[in-house]
Design a protein around this ligand. Structure first.
Ligand code: PEP
Ligand code: MN
Length: 497
């Protein structure tokens, strides 16, 4: 890969008549712009970012694109989750371990429910930039700059000034986080030969206890059976894929980590197949083995192109997805799979324009539509968006984010979400897709592996009054470990029905 990105090159993935380059977004109107005081410090940081090695590689990015193509065709399910605002401080072993374990356990439950492999993407190792409704906020009667994520400023009031050095710190925290994730996966944190702790003791309702225990027993039984019959010949029980993602918000950072793949021959060729063409594929639904076998996935790979090497998957937020603005201009030129947040204010015309701009060749797996309407609104809006996408002839992944349309304030002003509303939107998404002849391909959740008290409800029965106990988020409220797992149980249960 090239360390530099020459400006003015032709578009790789956009409208051919308009030149795209990693910096062409700078000519477009932009939302959520950052005004830096010290431009020379910004230039120094960006120059550094243009030199550092990629955090993820094109080979990995294409592996995810192939996996998402499977999701788009209904052959796999997508689980994406993590913090709303990841802090540099979460770059520590315990926080990372608990998130990996939670995503793994949830994925096992979802595999059981949907009887298909699960693709896992963490909102992690780079989810450091946050869009805000206003650049300033009032704290204790004083106007202060809003917290815009650790990549720009700090949450403590004495750190609210934008600090360009944080751009470089973001890179190193991302790299350290992903390095530990890779090391833990290679060392067997996801090894299904090891017994897992499911912690179901908190569930007061005996009927629910029984239901969840049945699911866990069934999963454990399947794993035991696979080990006994030696189904693990390809080592598929030992590790899993875990991809990374964040909102593609801070374009100067994203631009600086964009690299052009000049020599496709540098990519590692797929390993030779051990299956004769006529033999049944060695598929392990429990581990998603089919997705790791490149011989089963005929999707073409790119020759050359631009890659955002800061994460495997980027999404564009609800506030920055204007089709003719800077964020879409940047995203249209990169080869990474992309998510688009789709909400109550997304018009069918905008959605159509976004699909044409971001996926002009209609490649399944390139685009994931992340719908986030709110439980009361999904029934009126989702069918219209499904119809609009159908009109374009595109094959997308439909993913439900049941978090962002269901935020509410308690009477004492705490931002929370109720588990019931989250589940309602998810259940409605499953049902409405089926009614419209479509299908739900995945879920997008804000969660943490820690025992926080930020969302109400779930089988712990958290009430508004309980939120103070461990309210630790610096942005939106997250499901805690128990609530997240319970959501997976509920989705799996309704998929099995
Ligand atoms: C988010 O995912 O944290 C977020 C800000 O979402 P949205 O853009 O959908 O509001
Ligand atoms: Mn959020």
């Amino acid at each position: 890969m090239d360390g530099e990105h020459p400006d003015g090159s032709g578009a790789t993935n956009g409208t051919p008549s308009t030149a795209w380059s990693p910096s062409s977004w700078r000519t477009k109107p932009i939302k959520q712009q950052v005004i830096y005081d010290d431009q020379s410090a910004v230039d120094k940081a960006l120059t550094k970012l243009q030199r550092v090695p990629p955090i993820v590689t094109p080979t990995e990015i294409w592996k995810l694109r192939r996996s998402l193509a499977e999701v788009a065709q209904g052959k796999a399910f997508l689980l994406q989750g993590g913090d709303c605002a990841e802090l540099f401080d979460y770059c520590n072993a315990d926080a990372i371990d608990s998130k990996i374990k939670l995503l793994l356990q949830m994925s096992l439950v979802l595999i059981w429910g949907g009887n298909k492999p699960v693709v896992r993407i963490a909102r992690m190792a780079g989810q450091y930039a946050k869009p805000r409704s206003s650049p300033m906020e009032t704290v204790d009667g004083k106007q202060v700059p809003s917290f815009r994520g650790d990549i720009l400023n700090g949450y403590p009031l004495d750190q609210r000034e934008i600090d360009p050095d944080r751009l470089v710190q973001a890179y190193f925290h991302s790299a350290a986080t992903l390095n530990y994730v890779r090391a833990q996966l290679a060392s067997g944190i996801a090894d299904l030969h090891k017994p897992m702790e499911w912690h179901l003791g908190h569930i007061g309702d005996p009927e629910l206890q029984r239901k969840y225990t049945t699911i866990v027993d069934s999963i454990s039984e399947s794993l035991r059976f696979m080990r006994t019959v030696g189904a693990d010949t390809a080592g598929q029980l030992e590790t899993v894929d875990l991809f990374t993602s964040h909102e593609g918000l801070l374009l100067e950072y994203e631009e600086s980590l964009t690299r052009k793949l000049k020599h496709p021959s540098n990519r590692t060729p797929p390993p030779p197949t051990t299956n004769p063409p006529t033999a049944p594929p060695k598929v392990s639904p429990l581990t998603g083995g089919a997705l790791t076998d490149p011989t089963l996935i005929p999707t073409p790979e790119p020759t050359t192109g631009y890659y955002n090497t800061s994460a495997h998957f980027l999404w564009v937020g609800d506030r920055t997805r204007q089709p003719d603005h800077a964020h879409i201009e940047y995203l249209r030129g990169i080869e990474n799979p992309l998510g688009i947040k789709v909400g109550p204010t997304t018009t069918a015309a905008d959605l159509t324009a976004l699909l044409h701009t971001l996926n002009p060749r209609n490649e399944p797996g390139k685009l994931t539509l992340i719908t986030r309407y709110g439980a009361p609104h999904i029934a009126a809006l989702l069918p219209l968006h499904i119809a609009a996408v159908r009109e374009t002839g595109q094959t997308v992944v439909w993913q439900c984010d049941p978090m962002h349309g269901n935020t509410r304030s308690t009477s004492s002003g705490i931002k929370t979400r109720s588990f019931a509303a989250i589940f309602d939107e998810l259940a409605a998404a499953l049902r409405i897709h089926a009614e419209c002849g479509s299908f739900l391909g995945g879920v997008h959740l804000e969660l943490t592996g820690d025992a926080v008290t930020e969302c109400t409800g779930g089988s712990q029965g958290l009430r508004d009054a309980d939120l103070g106990a461990r309210y630790e988020t610096f942005c939106d409220p997250r499901l805690n470990e128990k609530q997240a797992l319970e959501l997976a149980f509920l989705v799996a249960g309704s998929q099995r029905r």
